[in-house]
Ligand binder design. Structure first.
Ligand code: SF4
Length: 340
């Protein structure tokens, strides 16, 4: 493909993705017609509380939903020009690890406790490249050094339990970038780490992103993390995108009441007295999810009577900031909003 054209086509395009769980014989959508794009070399944050569908969405993109746990009912995922929903498991395995990699909150769930770190990184390299044992070992050491592990020559011979949580996450990042993927999906990569190590891992992600010109989807419940490294942000609530924009505009002017509430729960260093807002109630369970109206209505401080009767749709302002809220629709109607 022509390089300039290549830059203009999004790396990932998710269209109307719908993933459901079957409960008592009925399908309930955990991801409800979600559409978005990720451009090459960009970091897109996906933010929301637990149970908002962020992780199910990323597992659906990777076609990694555990068998019987969820089913993709509709939509398309176009990665680098290919509709990956149509690929066989064998073809998908070639893409996973090589073109798209994933890292999780707890590296111990992904690292095998009975194999050395070196063996596990080398296995990734052997799976995707025709490479000698010695070259794979040298490459593993180089990768570990690139993620800030200075005693890489020793670490290749160590087992995961011999490393700290932060070191294990660095190893996971080394494994994830081993094949120089075009897209890295990082699911709560810093949540299990203490604050100082969290900041180091975020810096590292930023560095590996710019060195490798990768795109990253960063899934987090923490808007502070989004502010730190993302270019764009998607706010999810109850399986739907409720707000989407570039990071600067979201932080300057959050429009959806859910995003505003999430913002209130970020600690502010300059606040005279620390007063964190918390969002009352919890995300409704899949079985309790309202079928009509706004899914946030029972927790929204700005809810109006019509919010339980009319379902809001994602609408875009003139700057491309998208919001799904009746208040936003009302404020935009006279200006001729484009409904997406
Ligand atoms: Fe709140 Fe109504 Fe907007 Fe939903 S549609 S976020 S309930 S104001």
């Amino acid at each position: 493909m022509n390089k300039d054209l290549d830059k203009k086509v999004p790396l990932l395009e998710v269209r109307d993705l719908e993933t459901a769980f079957k409960i008592d014989g009925q399908y309930h959508n955990a991801v409800d017609k979600v559409s978005f794009t990720v451009d090459r070399g960009k970091i897109v944050g996906v933010v929301g509380e637990s149970g908002c569908g962020k992780s199910v969405m990323s597992l659906s993109i990777m076609k990694l939903l555990p068998k019987g746990a969820g089913e993709i009912l509709g939509g398309e995922v176009i990665f680098d020009g290919k509709n990956i929903e149509h690929l066989s498991e064998k073809e998908m395995n070639k893409i996973r690890g090589k073109d798209i990699s994933m890292i999780f909150q707890e590296p111990m769930t992904s690292l095998n406790p009975v194999f050395t770190i070196g063996y596990q990184i080398e296995e990734v390299l052997h799976n995707h490249f025709n490479i000698s044992k010695q070259d794979a070992r040298n490459q593993s050491i180089k990768l570990l050094k690139s993620v800030g592990i200075s005693r890489a020559e020793q670490v290749v011979n160590e087992y995961p339990h011999q490393l700290s949580g932060g070191m294990r996450q660095r190893v996971m990042i080394a494994m994830a970038i081993a094949c120089q993927p075009k897209l890295l999906i990082a699911d709560e990569p810093t949540t299990a780490l203490d604050v100082t190590v969290q900041a180091q891992i975020l810096d590292l992600l930023k560095d590996v992103q710019s060195v490798n010109d990768m795109a990253i989807i960063l899934i987090t419940h923490d808007l502070g993390v989004v502010a730190e490294i993302c270019d764009e942000v998607i706010v999810m609530y109850a399986g739907e995108i409720v707000e989407r924009s570039d990071v600067r505009s979201l932080f300057k002017n959050p429009k959806h009441p859910y995003t505003q509430q999430l913002m209130n729960s970020i600690p502010k260093l300059d606040a005279e007295e620390e007063k964190l807002g918390s969002i009352k109630g919890i995300v409704p369970s899949l079985k309790e999810m309202p079928r009509v109206g706004c899914k946030f209505a029972n927790r929204c401080p700005k809810a109006m009577p019509e919010c339980t009767e009319i379902t809001p749709v994602l609408a875009e302002d003139e700057k491309g900031h998208e919001v799904s809220c009746l208040l936003f629709e009302a404020s935009k109607t006279e200006e001729g909003t484009k409904i997406t």
